[in-house]
Design a protein around this ligand. Structure first.
Ligand code: PRX
Length: 686
């Protein structure tokens, strides 16, 4: 990305999305060729008969009905799973064509908070809804459904007092504490749309998201703490709010208690205000299609997209996938150790579990704090039944050996899940054997922020696993593999192309907040009639699906999607940087690491600290998750004759695959030499 003047406001580039660049799609074939050899695990739970979906036949029957008799399938499930304040009149409208706007449970009225809190507080008031474990394992809280209702109502009354009304947007920039969950549910109760921003994002990132979401009120804490490290949330919020004129109220929760800056008239102490609130708050009657929340995710351009989800469809889909994929039964303790700043936290810490009346663990810490047995201590202590994490965490833990796992009683575990990126078979086996003692089901769940819930996944008791494959589609999901160049469906097995979905499912995103065209351009127009995931995929000889990686310019680092354009935009903020190109390369723990190729202005003198400055600027602009692994400062980048950077070559150089560089004829004059130099420099760096 060439250097642009930093205006302080988000870029307004519109994302036009032709089918993905062919050069990148070419890598799919290679990724497919590298798939692991077939290895089938026929895991079943010790009490297989206990599983909801207890056999492959049972799965196939239900799947068949979900496709062939879709309306009745979803009508029955929607009626039995959710509490409706007014029944819907039509199950589904629209299709995957750009003009075919998708909607579900049309004219139905409900309240998401009522479904997640009130109805459980009525039937099981003393059941534990939330188990909170702080960064310091000594700090814990358990919150019953009755207490949850009380706190959410107080929270909702506070927001009302502060002027929040239905359809307002509320920014949430919070640590993993119970108040964060209350805030989300209180918004749902009032019909306000929440926009949670991951508390590891920097001030510029937070600012852009608050502006784009039109937030007038934000909720934060004095500081967060993760792995013993303080995150100055309120300071970061103050910095972001300098450029958010719309925000007039900042609610602050005291968490760490260190002194903070205070702006009279704008800042209010949340805990003090809550004390004065009545614990009864009527709920708003919302339409099925009213937006519940938006969550920003990276795209191919520098501007993140506010992925917006509906109330009924999203809730039903997360509730159903939660029940079947984790084989949830009353009494189970579910621990999803993601952060609520990501979709995994929204769907499988908050909405999916609570809509099932489950007990959900809210975990503030990190896997290595204070040592690599933290997850297993958590599982033993709370008798966790389902544990859900990312492959990157498993790989990081594997390095420390098995002894950190072995000292713990993990007999309560039944289902172990992974999400966010393909899991390599070695990590899969470790999870299965060392953590699961070869008796727990492993569910490798493939999905996206945009899909709301799981799309391809094994089901305990029914679907055999192959390490590295997300196996089969969930109910109602119709995956199609298209030839990336012709856009034609590839029928049968043993095919390799791009992954699309043919029919709408209830959890599908409804819009990009404030920019509906972007939904059409990015997801629906590339292959008309299909939802395009942006992922390459293989369907193997047994009809199993294997994700081969992103085919657009996004990079999946530790299970978090980053846009190369975002990182490039950050790098060119350095006063000396003239151009940057960022690509992913295989990383043993993160899955994919960031390799940045950077050219500096002719009059800039590169010095020993330049690389650090560049790295720091990315951390400052985006946040620590985007920290570059390698920065290679080079006089020039390989380009076509028309001046386009050839990223395909940079990916090869970053991955040290220089004996298969492919066609070099598109390189401009002197390009061969540029590539040769880059190969040498990259070798020195890595
Ligand atoms: O590339 C796929 C990868 O993560 C992307 C979605 O990222 P995000 O919206 O941030 O959501 C992550 C959590 C749902 C997908 O397009 N991905 C996610 N799960 C898997 C995966 N790739 C392979 N296997 C998975 N299980």
């Amino acid at each position: 990305m060439p250097r642009t003047e930093h205006s302080g406001s988000p870029s307004v580039t519109r994302e036009r999305s032709p089918p993905p660049s062919i050069e990148h799609v070419d890598t799919i074939a290679q990724a497919a060729a590298a798939l692991p050899v077939d290895e089938v695990y026929n895991i079943s739970l010790q009490n297989k008969e206990r599983c909801h979906i207890y056999s492959m036949e049972c799965y196939e029957q239900m799947y068949h009905r979900s496709i062939k008799d879709s309306d009745n399938f979803w009508r029955d499930i929607a009626m039995s799973t959710l509490r409706w304040l007014h029944p819907f009149t039509k199950v589904q409208g629209g299709d995957m064509h750009p003009e075919g706007d998708v909607s579900w449970f049309i004219n139905g009225k409900l309240n998401v908070c009522d479904n997640c809190v009130d109805r459980w507080a009525e039937v099981a008031p003393e059941r534990i809804a939330i188990i909170w474990e702080g960064d310091d394992p000594q700090h814990t809280q358990t919150i019953t459904y009755k207490a949850l209702l009380n706190r959410v109502c107080k929270f909702a009354n506070m927001l009302k007092r502060l002027g929040v009304r239905r359809y307002d947007t509320v920014g949430i920039y919070m640590p993993m504490i119970p108040e964060t969950i209350y805030a989300m549910l209180a918004c749902a109760r009032l019909g306000a749309i929440h926009s949670v921003v991951f508390a590891g994002f920097s001030a510029p990132n937070l600012r852009d998201r608050l502006i784009d979401a039109h937030c007038k009120i934000v909720i934060t804490a004095d500081q967060g703490i993760r792995g013993g490290k303080i995150i100055p949330l309120k300071n970061i919020m103050d910095e972001a709010l300098k450029e958010c004129p719309l925000v007039d109220t900042c609610v602050v929760f005291q968490h760490q208690g260190q002194a903070i800056n205070w702006i009279e008239g704008r800042d209010v102490w949340g805990h003090e205000m809550l004390d004065g609130m009545r614990p009864y708050c009527p709920l708003e009657i919302m339409d099925s299609e009213d937006l519940l929340f938006m969550l920003y995710t990276s795209g191919s351009t520098g501007k993140p997209k506010g992925i917006a989800h509906s109330s009924a469809g999203y809730l039903l889909y997360t509730a159903l996938t939660f029940k079947y994929v984790f084989d949830f039964h009353p009494g189970d303790i579910h621990a999803c150790v993601a952060d609520v700043g990501w979709i995994t936290g929204h769907s499988y810490i908050v909405y999916g579990p609570l809509c099932n009346g489950a007990t959900t663990v809210v975990f503030e810490s990190v896997p290595m704090h204070p040592n690599p047995s933290r997850y297993w201590q958590l599982c033993e202590r709370w008798r966790v039944s389902q544990f859900y994490t990312a492959p990157t965490a498993i790989r990081a833990l594997m390095i420390h050996g098995t002894e950190w796992v072995e000292n713990h009683d993990l007999s309560s575990l039944r289902v172990l899940g992974t999400v966010g990126e393909p899991i390599n078979p070695e990590a899969w086996r470790w999870y299965y054997e060392v953590v699961g003692k070869s008796r727990c089901d492993i569910v490798d769940t493939y999905w996206q922020t945009e899909t709301g819930g799981h799309m391809l996944t094994p089901l305990p008791g029914a679907i055999k696993c192959k390490p590295g494959s997300a196996t089969r589609p969930f109910f109602g999901v119709e995956p199609v593999i298209l030839d990336s160049k012709t856009g034609k469906p590839l029928h049968g097995n043993n095919v390799n192309g791009v992954l699309c979905f043919r029919r709408p499912w209830p959890g599908m995103m409804r819009t990009v907040y404030g920019d509906h065209e972007r939904l059409l351009n990015v997801y629906l127009r590339p292959y008309p009639g299909y939802y395009f995931t942006g992922d390459g995929c293989v369907r193997d000889k047994d009809g199993y699906y294997w994700i081969t990686g992103r085919v657009d310019d996004t990079i999946n680092v530790s299970g978090h999607r980053l846009g190369s354009a975002e990182v490039e935009h950050a790098l060119v903020q350095h006063k000396g940087c003239s151009e940057a190109a960022v690509v992913g390369y295989p990383h043993s723990v993160k899955g994919t690491g960031l390799f940045c190729f950077v050219t500096m202005n002719g009059d800039y003198e590169v010095h020993a600290g330049t690389t650090k400055e560049l790295r720091d600027i990315v951390r400052k602009e985006i946040g620590p998750i985007a920290t570059p692994d390698y920065i290679l400062i080079t006089p020039t980048l390989p380009k076509t004759r028309s001046g386009k950077i050839i990223r395909r070559l940079l990916r090869k150089i970053a991955a040290s695959e220089t004996d298969s560089l492919g066609d070099l004829s598109t390189l401009g004059e002197g390009g061969d030499q540029v590539v040769h130099t880059l190969i040498q420099e990259a070798k020195k760096l890595t």
